[in-house]
Write a protein that binds this ligand. Structure first.
Ligand SMILES: Nc1ncnc2c1ncn2[C@@H]1O[C@H](COP(=O)(O)OP(=O)(O)OP(=O)(O)O)[C@@H](O)[C@H]1O
Length: 239
């Protein structure tokens, strides 16, 4: 759905967090980015969702230059962000989180009804009248993803979606993400480890200090090697 060319983004003038990042998200598939803490994964997803303005480069959406689009324009086009750190709405209940957003009007991607979302995340069914702060970390994570899916995204940006989840719940979330392309939605997921990414797709990009690699294979050790090389360069004492 999106193509990114030579994207540079920073929070301060002359201090780029992402440097000349190129990424092709035209295939309806799961695209994964792995990278260590602070590499710029969240920065990239927030930029694609319209929350941050790049200082250079272009984002294309089906031939249209959307580099400087706003979050509501990205959302209307079918881009949904499931941010890291949950970021739920404190005054809303679980049920309200799932009903306050409306599916995108334009060519919806993967449509999920509330009932279907509760089937996918049964833990939320018993919490419908609870507020976000009354949920466990895992439940909050599930709600963040369910909220994004309820907008029927054509592109789901999932920022470390399995972080802090019990293994069974993490597997459940992984399975949902894996099925999205069959339902017409593209997924861009960030993860800290190659192993977690490999459960979703065999082709991953490695992001290290703002530089994004070409797609590399996860199963043959290429991605691990890139990460290890980076670690050795930045911390020569690491084994
Ligand atoms: N709002 C902000 N203002 C200034 N600097 C920021 C801001 N958000 C992130 N940064 C900096 O940008 C860099 C990239 O951060 P980002 O959160 O994108 O990395 P990440 O790969 O998602 O890391 P993690 O896996 O730890 O979440 C870091 O050096 C971080 O300190």
């Amino acid at each position: 759905m999106l193509q990114v060319s030579d994207l540079t983004v920073g929070y301060h003038r002359d201090d780029a967090v992402l440097r000349e990042v190129c990424l092709d998200l035209t295939a309806v598939a799961v695209h994964a980015i792995v990278g260590p803490n602070g590499a710029g994964k969240s920065t990239l997803l927030h930029t694609l969702a319209g929350h941050l303005r790049p200082t250079a480069g272009t984002v294309w959406c089906e031939g249209r230059d959307v580099t400087r689009w706003r979050p509501h324009q990205a959302a209307r086009t079918g881009v949904a962000l499931a941010p890291q750190g949950r970021r739920l709405w404190p005054s809303l209940t679980v049920a309200e989180h799932l009903t306050v957003t409306r599916p995108a009007r334009h060519r919806p991607g993967s449509t999920f009804s509330v009932d279907e979302l509760l089937e996918v995340f049964p833990a939320l069914a018993g919490r419908l009248h609870h507020h976000g702060h009354q949920l466990s970390g895992g439940e909050q994570q599930m709600l963040t993803i369910a909220r994004a899916l309820h907008t029927a995204p054509r592109l789901l940006l999932a920022d470390e979606p399995t972080e802090g989840l019990a293994p069974t719940v993490a597997r459940q979330v992984t399975a949902v993400l894996q099925q999205l392309p069959q339902r017409g939605a593209t997924v861009l997921v960030t993860l800290p480890h190659v192993r977690a990414a490999a459960a979703l797709t065999d082709t991953v990009h490695v992001l290290t200090t703002g530089h994004l690699s070409h797609p590399v294979t996860a199963s043959d050790g290429q991605a691990e090697r890139l990460l290890r090389d980076h670690l050795t360069l930045t911390n020569p004492h690491a084994e």
